[in-house]
Design a protein around this ligand. Structure first.
Ligand SMILES: Nc1ncnc2c1ncn2[C@@H]1O[C@H](COP(=O)(O)OP(=O)(O)OP(=O)(O)O)[C@@H](O)[C@H]1O
Ligand SMILES: [Mg+2]
Length: 333
């Protein structure tokens, strides 16, 4: 990874609004993301924090009723200004996604190899035979046994782990520059999970892919990421280099996540679940800090002031009102 490269993904002030039965909800609220080629960002957070919605926004994959705001630039293009035609050239080719729900990736009625070949032919002027050859190479790369025969499988004929590999093959079929991986290993057992993570790392080195990797699992994040962003109630509440965030977590939510994990090895279900209370109702968020009602360090000011980003150290930032107060009371701070 080159430290001087320009970001390939740059989202600034990203917002996603939905209409819900209880009124409008802001599922993603002022998210900033920046990613260089070859870099991996892990997006961490509890269920409902806005991880999948953020990723889909980077691909403009939302129902038309949703409103996306802010700015998203990928590979020099303004994604939010793209026409339908530009979008279909962009999706799969520049940015590709491994979906959280494997059911969404493949059409049950077509053979998997044909679906991968179709994806290649949609973006490149290649013959069916060449596209098929690409699909076969990808199956070999993701180490699907008997790849030639497996290309003719229908989705239901593959096991979960095998389908996950096929999904990675599909996502990489058009040699994208950015891979959005939404919990690509959650459904797998521990051994397969590690194999898939190692595989992604290998492919990343080979292709210089930038990866956004969504996970609930701190162990997985540590294993794969250069940087970590922690989401809570639609906001990134802390982000920075992986080691800094893990060793020197500044936000009480991040600290809660880290202390709540079990201490098993990678893949031994280091799930994030033990912070008491539950995330806010996005249709009626609490005033001030959204984490306030669950925060161990809650102070009166947290119930009224909206936390801003506070610099912890160079590229490590956290959104916490008390942190801001502490910093400003330090001499020279
Ligand atoms: N199409 C939609 N219409 C209305 N609300 C939605 C829609 N999609 C998502 N949401 C809401 O947006 C919020 C964030 O959802 P999102 O799927 O991004 O969570 P997540 O962090 O990916 O959670 P998980 O870890 O469970 O996958 C949730 O409150 C969800 O109910
Ligand atoms: Mg999700």
């Amino acid at each position: 990874m080159s430290m001087t490269a320009e970001p390939i993904v740059e989202a600034v002030g990203l917002t996603v609004d939905f209409a819900s039965a209880k009124g409008p909800i802001r599922a993603v609220s002022g998210v900033d993301l920046s990613l260089k080629p070859g870099e991996t960002l892990a997006l961490l957070g509890e269920s409902g924090s806005g991880k999948s919605v953020s990723l889909r926004a980077l691909m403009r994959l939302h129902p038309s009723s949703a409103k996306i705001g802010g700015s998203v630039r990928v590979d020099g293009r303004d994604v939010l200004a793209m026409s339908a035609r530009e979008l279909s050239a962009y999706r799969g080719k520049i940015v590709s996604m491994i979906f959280q729900d494997p059911g969404l990736a493949f059409d049950p009625v077509y053979r998997i190899g044909d679906q991968i070949a179709e994806a290649v032919m949609r973006h490149e002027r290649v013959s069916r035979a060449e596209a098929r050859k690409r699909a076969l190479e990808l199956f070999e790369r993701v180490r699907i046994p008997s790849p030639e025969r497996r290309l003719d499988n229908y989705p239901h004929e593959m096991s979960g782990g095998m389908r996950q590999r096929a999904m990675i093959a599909l996502a990489l079929a058009c040699r994208p520059k950015v891979l959005l991986a939404d919990e690509p290993t959650t459904a797998l057992d521990a051994t397969v999970q590690i194999q898939v993570l190692l595989l992604l790392r290998e492919l990343q080195r080979e292709f210089g892919l930038a990866i956004v990797f969504v996970t609930h699992d701190v162990g997985v994040a540590v294993e794969i990421a250069d940087r970590i962003a922690v989401m809570y109630a639609g906001r990134i509440v802390e982000s920075g280099p992986c080691a800094d965030v893990i060793r020197n977590a500044a936000h009480p939510y991040t600290r809660g996540l880290l202390s709540s994990r079990s201490h098993g090895a990678l893949g031994k279900d280091e799930r994030l679940k033990a912070i008491p209370g539950s995330p806010p109702d996005l249709a009626a968020p609490p005033p001030g800090c959204a984490f306030g009602p669950r925060c161990e360090s809650f102070a009166e000011v947290c119930g009224s002031a909206m936390p801003d980003n506070v610099v912890v150290s160079s590229s490590h930032i956290a959104r916490c009102v008390r942190l801001a107060i502490r910093n400003s009371s330090q001499p020279g701070g």
